[in-house]
Design a protein around this ligand. Structure first.
Ligand SMILES: Nc1ncnc2c1ncn2[C@@H]1O[C@H](COP(=O)(O)OP(=O)(O)O)[C@@H](O)[C@H]1O
Ligand SMILES: [Mg+2]
Length: 315
């Protein structure tokens, strides 16, 4: 079915906004984010009233991302993986008056925001919330890995906060079903050292674990663990040599890091960020290591709710 986006002037008085944008059976409600390949907009189904997030893939070279993401997401059903609703290809889309490209659209469970949008430098999550979110991420990752799927672009932009204030893993555009990969892919600041160093046939699962570890670091510090992969970067060198005491001493001196992290958080980071992928634990093994820890779900929900309120109401 060809869906047409049309711009209509409402002639029904004040009950509807003056301009309504349609994409097929959906009324667009507003943008919620954008990435390399897509704009994401909230939309309401005209007859059922159901709200979805429409991922509108506008780039002509986004077709492979679209096919990949829709095929893989259909196979995944997990509390911490964004839910797939439908995919429609080659839709007509007219965001401006004389410009009508064709786009591919994926309908997704709507989320409130992405984690990067509510992590501001100098305002990291509390250690408990950071660990709670990390264990939700590991849970999603262990589930995907068990089904032979590696994400390959884990970063805070691709981690959403659901309407239940829990983490959702999203953006499976570059995910793969092959366990070993030789593709140079991901996002520069979150890519595993073996990808940076162009090791051929690296383990895509272990690379996901490294990226998740860097996200965890981001949750606890609202900062990056290091700037470059290479021994000329002092912090990276300390991580690769496993000189964690020197690493944390350096970390605490950095501008904006105004609190010392609890020992259990430092140990958790050290357990994940192991440069050698052979020695690096898998998501499931790491998750098992967290089971003894009391992570209060209510506390995570409360902090995320407060954080989102601040992000949307306090400038
Ligand atoms: N289901 C969703 N609900 C709400 N916002 C979303 C949803 N999916 C994505 N977003 C927002 O849109 C951004 C881009 O989406 P993403 O799937 O990462 O696209 P790309 O493949 O272009 O990177 C995300 O960083 C997030 O802010
Ligand atoms: Mg993305």
């Amino acid at each position: 079915m060809i869906l047409k986006l049309s711009r209509l002037c409402c002639k029904m008085g004040c009950c509807l906004p003056s301009r309504v944008l349609y994409l097929g059976d959906y009324v667009l409600q507003g943008a919620v984010g954008s990435g390399t390949f897509a704009h994401v907009k909230l939309a309401r189904h005209t007859s059922s009233g159901q709200i979805v997030a429409l991922k509108i893939i506008h780039r002509p070279d986004g077709i492979n991302h679209f096919k990949n993401e829709s095929t893989i997401l259909q196979e995944l059903h997990h509390n911490h993986v964004v839910k797939f609703k439908f995919a429609k290809s080659h839709e007509t889309y007219k965001p401006r008056q004389f410009y009508t490209p064709y786009v591919d659209v994926i309908g997704l469970e709507p989320a409130i925001t992405s984690i990067d949008q509510c992590l501001v430098k100098g305002n990291a999550f509390s250690p408990e919330t950071a660990l709670g979110l990390f264990s939700q991420l590991l849970d999603a990752l262990a589930y995907c890995h068990d089904r032979g799927i590696s994400h390959r672009d884990i970063k805070p932009h691709n981690l959403l906060i659901s309407c239940r204030f829990t983490l959702l893993l999203a953006d499976f555009g570059t995910a793969t079903k092959t366990a070993r990969s030789n593709t140079y892919c991901g996002s520069y600041m979150y890519m595993a050292p073996e990808i940076h160093n162009r090791v051929s046939m690296y383990s895509a699962r272990k690379a996901d674990v490294w990226s998740s570890g860097l996200c965890f670091f981001n949750f606890i510090s609202a900062d990056h663990a290091y700037s470059f992969v290479g021994n000329y970067d002092h912090r990276y060198r300390l991580i690769s040599q496993r000189q964690w005491d020197s690493y944390w001493a350096l970390h605490n001196k950095r501008k904006g890091n105004n609190r010392e992290l609890p020992r259990y958080i430092q140990e958790a980071v050290a357990r994940v960020l192991i440069v050698d992928p052979v020695l690096r634990l898998g998501a499931k093994e790491l998750l098992r290591g967290f089971i003894g820890q009391e992570i209060s779900k209510e506390l995570v929900v409360k902090e995320l709710a407060q954080r989102i309120f601040q992000c949307t109401h306090v400038k």
